[in-house]
Design a protein around this ligand. Sequence first.
Ligand code: CA
Length: 413
Amino acid sequence: MHRAAPFRRIVLWLAAALVPGLLAAQANTQTLASPLGPVRLTTVATGLQHPWGLAFLPDGNLLVTERPGRLRLVTPLGGVSAPLAGVPAVFAQGQGGLLDVALDPAFASNRRVYLSFAETGANGTAGTAVFRAELNPNATALLNGTVVFRALPKLNTQGHFGSRLAFGADGMLYVTSGDNFQNATAQRQDQHQGKILRIRGDGSVPPDNPFVGNPAWRPEIWSTGHRSPQGLAFHPASGQLWMTEHGPRGGDELNRVGRGLNYGWPTITHGLGYDGRPIPESIGSSAPGLEQPQHQWTPSIGTSGLAFYQHPRSPEWIGSMFVGGLVSRSLHRLRLDDAGRVVVEERLLAGLNWRIRDVRVGPEGAVYVLTDDPNNGRVLRLDPPAVQPRGKRPALPVSQSVAAPQRQREDRR
Ligand SMILES: [Ca+2]
């Protein structure tokens, strides 16, 4: 048996030299059980530092951000490029750094890319900002970059920057901005913190924003009362905007976002402070004029990226919503009823012990996931369960309670 080992190594070395992509794909694929049948999980890339956001380029490659301030190209077979040039300097402290990446709706003609990030301000302050640039033809650099939006005022903070980016069918860019770990900001009309913002790609304000013309309000504000929003996506069928945000200790939220509405933080919350006591500003879990979440998680799952599944490849998954869990270390697949209530929740990737930072649906109908780690963050591809004959489909599971370890420390976000 021992004599076979060197020969096997030589065969593997030859195979790796001849078909590296094939070998890597086989070595990095595993099959996992799920309530709707086996799903195939492929590790596309490893070794990333706090990967935070991803976007699919038309050529099949991915743009992936790393929070310390790098943007990389990742190929479907796991090639990871050198950092792209032209990325802005970021405030890489605490939860700050390079955050989300999004393509312009007209990327095919203008090659514009948007990045959200924490930007350094004066005297140790920082704030969420949005950068726009053009991707050069061989995708090695961003050109003509400029900051198109800055959340004001910049504050002394290292946390709750947001910040997800999503373009609507209206062509507008929606940006989540966290409360900078300062609760009161989320209800202040003159501050961008704790809001969802709606801007044009050049940062200018659309005239139909809800508070345009009211000098008390920052005109970019679309919705208010958010704490730490890390998921943002438009439903591909209804066009409605949905978001996820971290509660404090408990009370993570899934919200359907309406124009000009107030989602309550910190006046109402389903969570408690990290010390187990009520949030000082809170008057309870509901109040007139303040929106209730469509769903809330107590204990917290550490909600992160959000994606809707509408791809014809998987009838089983169509109509599902995927929510990443940093604390639950799971990918949550939800089904909503016609009223938007969560009626099924299942946990995928549970037991692998990976903090899930982002989730997106790829152009071929697989689900892509980023796992958060200081040095070995991953890009994962999850292929949906094979379509089964109608009579053999397992029954949909009833809503499952999510048992997650109670989160105590903010730096676990
Ligand atoms: Ca809320």
